[in-house]
Ligand binder design. Structure first.
Ligand code: NIG
Ligand code: FE
Length: 421
């Protein structure tokens, strides 16, 4: 058995004996141990405590000294689209020049642009490009990640994406969850014939996805000009028959009842939430507690880097937290609205732009992110038996320094499954 002691840790943050989803005012509760140690055995956390309780223990021979350093659980990024064929910086330039979303879409841009490139790429090319992005985010401290399809929008394209995600899962040290997002946009040929595309999803895609076990979640982009709440319901109900649970894009650009429909579907999470009415906030607060033993609470996943990149109003984190909601933070890493998977930046934006406290942001990006992927038994906190997925910071003065020094790399080392990356 490989075992390792990390000693003299200035502060070990996110230490939890028990899991709980953090709602409302509890989100700020980030338990820490000063002057601490942690023992890693193989890929798991075997023990931790304060240095003074170390004497008398049988200690591993491999030792890392972490004087002056903070250690926290690796980020749990519960919403990404990291399988894509090509970046879209020409659209970015068009936007800088003042073109609207609609004008860009009319020029063949947007999701359909990504779909064109994806359908031309081979599975091997897509794997390679996504693999590099996974390596990049793991160096930035991400240890678990959800990845969506949604740039195929054809039977072959969607299955190709999901098979790439399955291979990433098998090969990567990161814990990965897969989401089927066939309902991301209507392909041009189905613009006037929504039912036929929905039928394609239900009759041609879902059975193969279930048969090959390609996804655990189902997602739909519920938005004006994309999928209506009713269309989302039809797709999700079909997905549920195959055991896929909903994790949904709602309330990004407009509040059209997507959030309430998602809650009725017992969504694991409702993601984006840039556009929330008072009523939407109350609906989510009510859904934040389990409705019965079989139903998990619905988590609101905020994606501040998408709001940043699209120059949109940020998600109303304070009213959501103060209203008692359970929220997570994620990167939305994708070529159109958030070409970054840097969770450190997400944390900084959450604090600087959304007034989340550093402890709230760290919890939302670790334990609550783990809940938003149903991975709370494995990752998201410093807990004996969980995976040794750790961020070791450089020597920094405080935890608040992480979001404060938003442009600096504060990470010294990242450990995933007990191995330094
Ligand atoms: O989550 N909003 C919908 N989908 C993606 C962006 C899609 C794209 O532009 O490629 C998102 O932001
Ligand atoms: Fe997204």
């Amino acid at each position: 058995m490989a075992s390792l002691l990390i000693e003299n840790i200035k502060c070990l943050a996110g230490v939890r004996r028990e899991n709980s989803l953090l709602r409302g005012k509890d989100l700020v509760d980030l338990p820490v141990l000063d002057n601490a140690f942690i023992i890693v055995e193989d890929d798991r956390i075997a023990d931790f405590g304060q240095m003074k309780s170390l004497s008398g223990k049988k200690l591993p021979s491999s030792v890392i000294d972490a004087s002056g350093q903070y250690i926290l659980p690796a980020w749990c990024d519960s919403h990404t689209h990291i399988v894509f064929a090509a970046s879209r910086e020409s659209e970015f330039i068009d936007k800088l020049k003042g073109l609207s979303y609609a004008e860009i879409a009319a020029k063949g841009g947007g999701i359909l642009n990504s779909a064109r490139h994806l359908n031309l790429a081979t599975e091997a090319e897509l794997f390679d490009r996504a693999w590099r992005r996974l390596e990049e985010i793991s160096r930035l401290g991400t240890g678990a990640v959800e990845i969506k399809s949604g740039y195929g929008l054809s039977v072959d394209g969607e299955l190709k994406m999901l098979r790439v995600i399955k291979r990433l899962k098998e090969k990567s040290q990161l814990r990965i969850k897969a989401t089927f997002l066939g309902g991301h946009a209507y392909p041009t040929e189905y613009r006037e014939n929504h039912n036929s595309y929905i039928r394609l999803i239900i009759e041609e895609m879902l059975p193969v996805i279930a048969h090959e076990k390609l996804a655990e979640y189902i997602d739909v982009f519920c938005e004006q000009g994309f999928f209506s709440p009713d269309e989302m319901k039809t797709i999700c109900e079909a997905g549920k028959k195959y055991g896929l649970k909903p994790k949904l894009h709602v309330n990004q650009l407009n509040s059209i009842g997507g959030l309430q429909a998602a809650i009725e579907l017992n969504a694991i999470s409702v993601d984006h939430l840039e556009t929330m009415t008072e009523d939407d906030i109350q609906s989510l607060a009510r859904a934040s507690t389990s409705r019965n033993d079989a139903t998990r609470p619905t988590i609101g996943t905020l994606l501040p880097s998408a709001a940043f990149f699209l120059r949109m109003p940020y998600q109303p984190a304070r009213p959501l937290i103060d209203g008692g909601c359970a929220i997570a933070l994620a990167s939305d890493y994708n070529p159109g609205s958030s070409p970054s998977g840097n969770m450190n930046l997400v944390i900084a934006l959450a604090c600087i732009q959304m007034r989340m406290l550093p402890e709230e942001a760290i919890n939302a990006a670790t334990i609550n992110g783990a809940y938003a992927m149903e991975l709370e038994e494995e990752v998201g906190s410093i807990t004996v038996g969980k995976r040794a997925n750790l961020i070791l910071t450089k020597k920094i003065p405080s935890l608040a320094y992480i979001p404060y020094a938003f442009g600096s790399n504060v990470i010294d080392k990242v450990m995933i499954n007990g191995e330094l990356v």
